[in-house]
Design a protein around this ligand. Structure first.
Ligand code: CMP
Length: 222
C-alpha cells in the first residue's frame, strides 16, 4: 500500500535530484522530507557552522555567497526551484562552505544528514544526480579560477613591459627594444606562450598597449 499519494510522488519527480528514482525509493525519500518555509532575507545556511540538513528548493530563489579575506561578500551562485544545497557539509563533515540566504519567500524540503546519506547509499540515481551537480559546480569554479589567474598574467605582463620600456626623446609613450618574443615574455613571468599571446591581445584591445612594427609601445607611467 502506497504511503504517499501519486500527486505527492509526481511532484517530487519534477525535482531533477529525484527524477530517476524508482517508486519504492521515492516513497522512502518522501517519508523523510520535511517541508519548511523561509521568508525573504532569511539565512538558511551559515558559512562556518556545522551542517545537519540538506535542502531542495520547491519554490523561490536563494543566493549562495562567501565572505572573502577582505570581508566582502562574494556571490557564488543563485539557485531556484528544483536546485539543492547544503549537501557538502553532510558529505565531508566539514563546516558549511558558504552562506545561503532566501532572496524571496521560499518553500524548501529538508533532509537530515542520516536520511540524505541513506538515500545516497540506497539509490544510485540520487547519488549520480548529486555527483553530476557537484561536477558542474566544480567546472564553474575552475572557469572562474582560470580567469582570475589570467587577470594576474595580464598584470604581470604590464609590470614587465613597464620595467623594460625606455623613454625616447621626442616620442610619445615608452618603447621596448630589443623586441621580445611572446615566449621570452612567458619565460620571464612564468606562464605559457599562448597565455602571453592572449594577455597581449587583451592589453591591445583595452588600449593600454600599442605596436609599432615589431616594437611595443606602453603608456608613460604617472
Ligand atoms: P554546504 O557547504 O553544506 O553549505 C553551503 C552550501 O552552498 C554548500 O553545501 C553547497 O550546497 C552550496 N555551494 C557552495 N559552493 C557553491 C558553488 N560554488 N555553487 C553553488 N552552490 C555552492
Amino acid at each position: 500500500m502506497a504511503r504517499h499519494s501519486r500527486e505527492a510522488l509526481e511532484s517530487l519527480r519534477v525535482i531533477p535530484l529525484f527524477s530517476a528514482v524508482g517508486d519504492e525509493d521515492l516513497e522512502r525519500v518522501a517519508d523523510h522530507l520535511i517541508e519548511r518555509r523561509f521568508p525573504k532575507h532569511k539565512t538558511i545556511v551559515e558559512e562556518g557552522l556545522p551542517g545537519d540538513y540538506m535542502y531542495v528548493i520547491r519554490e523561490g530563489r536563494v543566493q549562495v555567497s562567501k565572505l572573502s579575506d577582505d570581508g566582502r561578500e562574494k556571490i557564488l551562485e543563485f539557485l531556484d526551484a528544483g536546485d539543492f544545497f547544503g549537501e557538502m557539509s553532510l558529505l565531508d563533515d566539514a563546516p558549511r562552505s558558504a552562506t545561503v540566504r532566501a532572496l524571496s519567500d521560499t518553500r524548501i524540503l529538508a533532509l537530515s544528514r542520516t536520511d540524505f546519506l541513506n538515500v545516497m547509499r540506497r539509490s544510485p540515481d540520487v547519488a549520480m544526480a548529486v555527483v553530476q551537480e557537484l561536477t558542474r559546480r566544480l567546472r564553474d569554479t575552475d572557469e572562474q579560477a582560470s580567469s582570475l589567474s589570467f587577470q594576474r598574467v595580464k598584470q604581470r605582463t604590464q609590470g614587465l613591459l613597464q620595467r623594460l620600456a625606455k623613454d625616447e626623446t621626442g616620442l610619445e609613450g615608452r618603447r621596448i627594444t630589443p623586441v621580445l618574443t611572446h615566449q621570452q615574455i612567458a619565460d620571464m613571468i612564468g606562464t605559457s606562450r599562448e597565455t602571453v599571446t592572449r594577455a597581449l591581445k587583451g592589453l591591445k584591445q583595452q588600449g593600454w598597449l600599442e605596436q609599432e612594427g615589431k616594437r611595443y609601445v606602453v603608456p608613460v607611467e604617472d
